[in-house]
Design a protein around this ligand. Structure first.
Ligand code: HEC
Length: 128
């Protein structure tokens, strides 16, 4: 019996130590990697695969999308303004309505991640 007890304890230890993912492993992806994917789905058609405002829609647009690699222009935008532009659209910042609002598709957390990602793209700003 004693051996069985030790065996069970060892087994329990193995199960615990074997790296069974603990909470969160299957949770929604977040952070820069997820923001990059979101960008590729929702933003590139206007802001461009190179993030420099040269998306496929551009020839047909009367107001050009922001060049997200422009450290000066992006550096002048505070985080809360970038957040608002993404969540509520350009109009909320007195900018063009051609910048759509993404509040219905991206959660606040995802938009916060996107702001941080844009800071990496522009290599500028407070959260760099
Ligand atoms: C349909 C085209 C379009 C799509 C899609 C789009 N944008 Fe824009 N975006 C624009 C345009 C146009 C502007 C410039 C608005 C202006 O200067 O008046 C802009 C401006 C911006 C700005 C600057 C806002 C400001 O206040 O100066 C940010 C930040 C931005 N976009 C982020 C994003 C992100 C992130 C996505 C994807 C989630 C995205 N955009 C998708 C067209 C688009």
């Amino acid at each position: 019996m004693k051996t069985l007890g030790v065996g069970l304890a060892a087994l329990a230890f193995l199960v615990l130590a074997s790296g069974i993912p603990s909470g969160g492993a299957w949770a929604d992806e977040s952070g820069a990697a997820a923001a990059k994917k979101d960008y590729e789905v929702y933003c590139v058609q206007c802001h461009g695969l190179r993030r420099n405002g040269t998306g496929v829609n551009v020839p047909h647009m009367s107001v050009k999308p922001r060049d997200h690699t422009d450290a000066k222009a992006m550096g002048d935008l505070p985080d809360d303004q970038i957040f608002r532009a993404i969540k509520e659209g350009g109009l909320a910042n007195n900018k063009s309505v051609l910048m759509p609002s993404f509040g219905a598709v991206l959660s606040d957390d995802k938009i916060t991640d996107m702001v941080a990602y844009l800071r990496q793209v522009c290599k500028c700003g407070p959260s760099r």
